[in-house]
Design a protein around this ligand. Structure first.
Ligand code: NAG
Length: 277
């Protein structure tokens, strides 16, 4: 019990304590109405709206099944990206794509496909204290079958600069405890400059570096929560959507800011671990 709890706490590290507090409030209240312990103040995504979305699932020996651990994004037929802090080399994982209501069983959601990972590429400068370079590339044993609900996401172009833009993050968020969470959540967030968010990492082992991307909610408190780690932050340019960041951590309380491993800053890592063609 203690162990699985501390493992869960690793997800979206800084927000978690506060999140558990919120969760307690939710559990403590019957009639809690619209309170959703997923992405803070997000809304339901439409089925197939984020076809690149991955549920990175860890095998639970006691329950003899896989359970959602983190989000991720499809890069191409054989590769997905997620956050390194989601990964424990001793555990077994699967990659689920095409999911919408994560509480359903695989057979009840026909758009789902499951893939077996065969290699985990950890960033050479990954630091688990500061959570810098929190990006993991996963190679799959078999190629993903693309369709209208399952598609790759373009990586951030090397000349992209989304600072000031409104982008969107999606995730299944917290899925522990007794709360019924299910539908993929989304929320819009504004990308801010590293100067603006660097104080979030000060005096703390958690660090903003030049490979980070940060967002702020536009008005009300919004953002990612425990379990959204690894999910992609998506921005838009003339050619459409592209992945700009991988959810890593955020300041407290939840919904007051988010920090991502930047995709553009990690293009060499992503592309060089990914054979071309
Ligand atoms: C999601 O799936 C679960 C399990 O089948 C079901 O109980 C729940 O009502 C579904 N949620 C929605 C919003 O459809």
């Amino acid at each position: 019990m203690q162990k699985s709890m501390s493992e869960i706490l690793l997800l979206k590290l800084k927000n978690t304590i506060h999140f558990l507090f919120l969760l307690c409030l939710v559990i403590g209240k019957t009639n809690s109405g619209n309170v959703k312990p997923q992405i803070v103040n997000g809304e339901d995504a439409h089925p197939g709206e984020f076809p690149w979305m991955v549920s990175f699932q860890r095998y639970n020996e006691r329950l003899d099944r896989y359970g959602p651990t983190c989000g991720g994004a499809i890069v191409d037929h054989r590769h997905i990206i997620t956050a390194t802090h989601c990964y424990n080399p001793e555990a077994k994982y699967r990659v689920l794509v095409g999911a919408h209501n994560i509480s359903k069983s695989d057979s009840d959601e026909p758009s789902r496909q499951c893939y077996e990972p065969c290699r985990f590429h950890i960033h050479p400068n990954w630091n688990k204290e500061s959570l810098t370079n929190d990006i993991l590339m996963v190679t799959l044993k078999h190629p993903i079958d693309f369709n209208d609900k399952v598609q790759p996401i373009r990586l951030a172009p090397s000349d992209s600069d989304p600072v000031g833009q409104t982008c969107v993050v999606s995730g299944w968020g917290w899925l522990g405890g007794t709360i019924e969470t299910s539908i993929l959540q989304k929320c819009n967030l504004k990308v801010i400059s590293l100067e603006e968010c660097s104080p979030w990492g000060e005096g703390d082992p958690l660090t903003i570096n030049e490979f980070s991307v940060c967002t702020l909610p536009e008005q009300t408190e919004k953002g990612t929560a425990a379990g959204d780690s690894g999910s992609p932050l998506i921005c838009y340019d003339k050619e459409g959507p592209y992945a700009t960041g991988v959810v890593s951590w955020g300041p407290e309380p939840p919904g007051t800011g988010d920090v991502y491993a930047g995709v553009k800053a990690h293009l060499d890592f992503i592309l060089c671990n990914k054979p071309q063609g």
